[in-house]
Design a protein around this ligand. Structure first.
Ligand code: FMN
Length: 221
């Protein structure tokens, strides 16, 4: 391939990396399923822990697409909300006993408490699509790392297609919830989960701001 093509690819990639942002307010309209499918395919192209998941014929990565207003999402929403409430209550109790945790987890506890008060879990029913990715549990247990790669690929593809993307990390807490897993049609506790919300973003966000790379890098001898 000629240098010019590499340069063009590099410019495009840098642009997508810089434009990838967390979108949290979505327009009502549904992107077409044909816009969502390439995003899922990008997730499928992400690396996986080959030694951990083995070579079973039953493929180890799955996607579950729930549309706003659908029966599945309407059933999932209260389950995720209940999980957030349980997390908030558990964390508050632990923080009472543990001042170090109180100092460290205060901001997260506040966020859980806000979600609890509003009754709305950001990304679950607030966007046209709530998508759950699942990775079958293997050994060593590295499914969540694999899912992070999967999500990043999906995020970058969504950005390239002009779609807004929001991670919904509470989804990982749903992997052992029997009712939530029943909606997906998987046995509880056998797959790790991660989720995201996708739709057309209401906001145009400026590119990411990060410190200069030399400020956070040490080149070791
Ligand atoms: C492990 C992890 C979990 C995250 N969970 C959520 C989440 O549940 N909801 C959300 O809106 N953003 C979530 N985010 C997104 C971060 O808040 C976001 O990436 C960060 O604030 C930087 O903003 P940017 O994505 O716009 O660059 C998560 C990010 C990571 C890496």
């Amino acid at each position: 391939m000629c240098t010019e093509v590499f340069e063009q690819r590099n410019v495009c990639l840098d642009q997508i990396l810089a434009e990838r942002r967390s979108h949290r307010v979505f327009r009502q309209e549904f992107p077409a399923e044909d816009e969502i499918r390439p995003v899922l395919n990008a997730g499928l192209l992400a690396p996986f822990a080959a030694a951990a998941v083995g070579n079973s014929k039953d493929y180890f990565r799955r996607f579950f697409v729930m549309k706003r207003g659908s029966q599945s999402l309407n059933a999932a929403m209260p389950l995720v909300k209940d999980q957030v409430i349980r997390m908030a209550e558990g964390l508050e109790k632990d923080m009472e006993k543990n001042p170090a945790l109180r100092a460290k987890a205060g901001m997260f506890a506040q966020r859980l408490s806000m979600i609890r008060k509003s009754g709305i879990v950001p990304g679950v029913g607030t966007a046209p699509y709530y998508i759950v990715a699942a990775e079958r549990k293997g050994f060593p247990p590295v499914e969540l790392q694999s899912l992070a790669h999967c999500m990043e690929n999906m995020w970058l593809k969504a950005t390239a297609l002009g779609l807004g993307f929001q991670l919904v990390s509470v989804t990982s807490q749903m992997s052992t919830d029997p009712a939530f897993c029943a909606i997906l049609g998987i046995p509880p506790g056998t797959w790790e989960l991660m989720g995201c919300a996708i739709g057309h973003s209401e906001d145009e966000l400026s590119p990411s701001i990060r410190p200069p790379v030399d400020e956070v890098t040490r080149w070791l001898e």
